[in-house]
Structure formats: structure tokens, C-alpha cells
Ligand binder design. Structure first.
Ligand code: SF4
Ligand code: SF4
Length: 403
């Protein structure tokens, strides 16, 4: 075995895995590929993995060369999902990883928590969700993901986009995840959350089952103190903490005249020692370079802190998911989902992902048509009517136009 692969193994297997504390000190490891840039690593809770503090969120990326460049630069952990780009995201990763030693990469995917009705061909479907069917459908989706990834197992399997204790602890989903783990289809189980995060973090601890939480965490969150507290408690319980939505939209305006200082935003999250790694969704080589610089030196400067303070005061594109707008909307529109899609388009330049979300809502092209005056109020001051009208048009754009 070459020294390079030995170094890469050291990333993945923590010698001190059994004796981790929640806020273990950063370790600086020589970059195994270049031998030049140092890489700061942290243990992923009590999972036995140790990862560079910067990983790759692949959601917005569609360039295999970018993933290869990330691998070559020392990033080892890649985060995708069953739904991203209609499955093409997992397929792209499968192509890139083909032929590489499986132990050299850490792959995470996510399967949505969908309750299924029984579908006996000779009978009218039950109105109650079926435990057997739900578990089978979950496993079928996971198997599809594994096939796309060309792998027998992923390293982390998340229940995708969980926003309540009820979903986190639902016995059908726990059974599905347990089966996935027992059958060797995943090494670790977790959940992802970007709404109601403190409740979901607390449920993950309560479960004594989940091993990793992928959680939205950024400088613009109105409830950041509660999120921080939830993260600290989950980390103290030994869970691995992966941060996402760290850029809070990446831009502060639709016209893209006011960028978020993304390097500072990453460092801000990593300042919290309970966050073990982050998954910025870079899509260009310049952005990769910027994230690699953070991987080598995550210390936040006073200037950067000031940038973030100013950006935090702007309404921006980041929807808090606080739901305080819901009660005011006379048509009960799913405003947080629509605002999240707005951010995907104007912040992350990912209309495909926004189209997936908006399309699933089943709304007309102009859901606000005929509504006399907007009675919904956004805690962040968004012009909800204007943004709803803007983003809902996506539903009528054929998906292949955005592929
Ligand atoms: S204008 Fe649109 S967002 Fe505002 S209350 Fe009416 S339907 Fe809801
Ligand atoms: S009030 Fe504003 S920030 Fe909160 S969920 Fe609604 S749109 Fe998002």
C-alpha cells in the first residue's frame, strides 16, 4: 500500500474513535494528494469516521471533472440524494467513483420519508399507510440509489428533509433504516433537517438510533441559538454533525449584486467545534479552491465576522422555515417551500431542484391570482406575493428543459 493511501485511510478511520468527546480538537493532516496544503479534520461524533472539515455537497454539481478535482485535493465525503437531478446526480457520482478503492471515499445519500398505502391489486387500497409497503418502497428507492452509485453500500443513509419529531421517530421509517443497516446497505444512519431543526435534533438524540444529523446551520438563522444548542446536545450524545445551508442562499438579492462572503460563512459554522464537517455545494473550480482554503485554515477573521454581521441584517434569499407567514395566507399556500425554491433559483442557480420542489406542490401558475390583497407577512420582510408569482411559474416548465 502506498503512503498516499495510508494517509487517506487515516482520514477515514479514527484511531481514537472509541474515546471521542463531542468537541474533539482539530487535527491537521497532510493532504494525501498534494502533500502541500494541510487539511483540518474532525472526528464525526462516535461513528468511527474522521473527515476533513470541508466535504462536498453535490446537489448543484453536474460536472464529473469537478468531483474528481475535489477528490484529488483531499475531499473524501460526498453528499447526494435519491431525488437530486432526478437521479442523475447519483449516476454522475457512480461514474466518478467507479474503480476507486471503496474505502477511500465516504458517500452519503438520502431517501425521502414517504408513507405508502397498501396496493393489493385485488383490493381497494387501504386508507391507512401500510408498514410493510412503506418499508418495501423505502428499500426499493435505496436499491435504485445504490444501483446508480454502482455501490453495494453507502456510508451514511439519511432520512431526507425531516421537520418534526413525529417523522424522525416514526416506527415505519426507523424499521426501514434499521433494515438498510442490518442488510449492509449502509454503514451509518442519520436524518437531514432544514426546518424545525431544534426539535428534530432533539428527536435524533432521543431515538438512541440515529448516528449522524445533517442540519441547516448558518449566520442568518433567526433561531440560531436554539439550533446551536440542539447541535451541542446531539454532539454530546455522540452523534456526528454535518452542517449544510451554510451560505444562506449565497446571495442577498435576486439580481446578484450583493454576494454573501461564502468563505466567511463556512468558517462561521466551523467555528462551532460541535460541527464536524460541512457540505458546501460548490459548482465551479474557483469555489472549490475557496473551500479548500477553508479546509486548510478555518479561522474567522474580524473583517469576515463584520461582513457576516452586515449580511445577516439584510432580508436576503434565505427562508428561515419559521412558518410564521402561513397563518396569514388566505389560500394556505406552502410559502416556506416556495421561498426555498426561490432561493434555489436566484441564490444557487439551480432551477432544476426548484422545479422539483415547486412541481411537487401541484399549484397553478399564479397561485395568488384574484387574491385581493396579500395578508401574509414574512418575518424576514420578503414580498411574498411577488416571490410566489415569480417562482410558481416554474411548475409549467418541462423538466427536461432544466435537466
Ligand atoms: S397574495 Fe398570495 S401569498 Fe398573499 S395571501 Fe394571497 S394567496 Fe397568500
Ligand atoms: S415567514 Fe418568511 S422566513 Fe419565515 S417561513 Fe415564511 S417566508 Fe420563510
Amino acid at each position: 500500500m502506498s503512503p498516499d493511501s495510508l494517509d487517506r485511510r487515516r482520514f477515514l478511520k479514527s484511531a481514537a474513535a472509541g474515546a471521542l468527546c463531542a468537541a474533539a480538537p482539530d487535527l491537521a493532516v497532510k493532504n494525501p494528494e498534494t502533500g502541500k496544503r494541510p487539511v483540518i479534520t474532525r472526528p464525526l461524533g462516535k461513528t468511527g469516521l474522521t473527515l476533513p472539515v470541508v466535504s462536498m455537497g453535490v446537489m448543484n454539481a453536474d460536472n464529473p471533472a469537478l468531483v474528481t478535482a475535489a477528490l484529488d485535493a483531499g475531499i473524501v465525503h460526498f453528499d447526494t440524494a435519491h431525488r437530486y437531478q432526478g437521479g442523475r446526480n447519483e449516476e454522475m457520482l457512480g461514474q466518478v467513483f467507479k474503480g476507486r478503492p471503496r474505502h477511500s471515499i465516504v458517500v452519503a445519500t438520502k431517501v425521502p420519508p414517504t408513507l405508502s398505502l397498501s396496493q393489493d391489486a385485488d383490493a381497494v387500497p387501504d386508507e391507512e399507510p401500510s408498514r410493510t409497503r412503506t418499508v418495501e418502497d423505502f428499500m426499493a428507492r435505496l436499491d435504485t440509489s445504490l444501483k446508480r452509485l454502482k455501490m453495494e453500500h453507502v456510508d451514511i443513509l439519511y432520512l431526507h428533509n425531516v421537520s418534526s419529531r413525529e417523522t424522525a421517530l416514526h416506527p415505519f421509517f426507523l424499521e426501514a433504516l434499521e433494515r438498510a443497516k442490518k442488510s449492509g446497505r449502509t454503514r451509518l444512519v442519520g436524518l437531514s433537517t432544514h426546518k424545525n431543526e431544534p426539535e428534530v435534533l432533539s428527536a435524533a438524540v432521543e431515538s438512541k438510533f440515529y448516528e449522524v444529523v445533517l442540519v441547516a446551520y448558518n449566520f442568518k438563522q433567526d433561531h440560531v441559538l436554539q439550533v446551536r444548542d440542539g447541535i451541542a446536545k446531539a454532539a454530546a450524545a455522540g452523534l456526528g454533525i454535518v452542517g449544510m445551508k451554510t451560505f444562506a442562499g449565497g446571495w442577498l438579492d435576486k439580481e446578484r449584486t450583493m454576494p454573501v462572503n461564502t468563505k466567511a460563512a463556512l468558517k462561521w459554522v466551523l467555528k462551532d467545534p460541535h460541527v464536524h464537517t460541512v457540505i458546501p455545494g460548490f459548482t465551479t473550480f474557483d469555489q472549490l479552491e475557496e473551500d479548500l482554503a477553508v479546509m486548510a485554515d478555518p479561522v474567522l477573521s474580524t473583517e469576515e465576522e463584520k461582513d457576516l454581521r452586515l449580511a445577516a441584517a439584510e432580508p436576503g434569499l434565505y427562508c428561515q422555515g419559521c412558518e410564521s407567514c402561513l397563518a396569514g395566507c388566505s389560500r394556505h399556500l406552502p410559502l416556506p417551500e416556495l421561498m426555498r425554491s426561490y432561493m434555489y433559483v436566484y441564490g444557487y442557480r439551480n432551477p432544476g431542484r426548484a422545479r422539483e420542489v415547486v412541481g411537487a406542490l401541484g399549484l397553478p401558475d399564479d397561485p395568488c391570482a384574484g387574491c385581493a390583497g396579500c395578508s401574509a407577512r414574512c418575518a424576514r420582510g420578503f414580498d411574498l406575493r411577488a416571490r410566489v408569482r415569480d417562482i410558481a411559474r416554474l411548475a409549467s416548465v418541462p423538466e427536461e428543459f432544466l435537466a
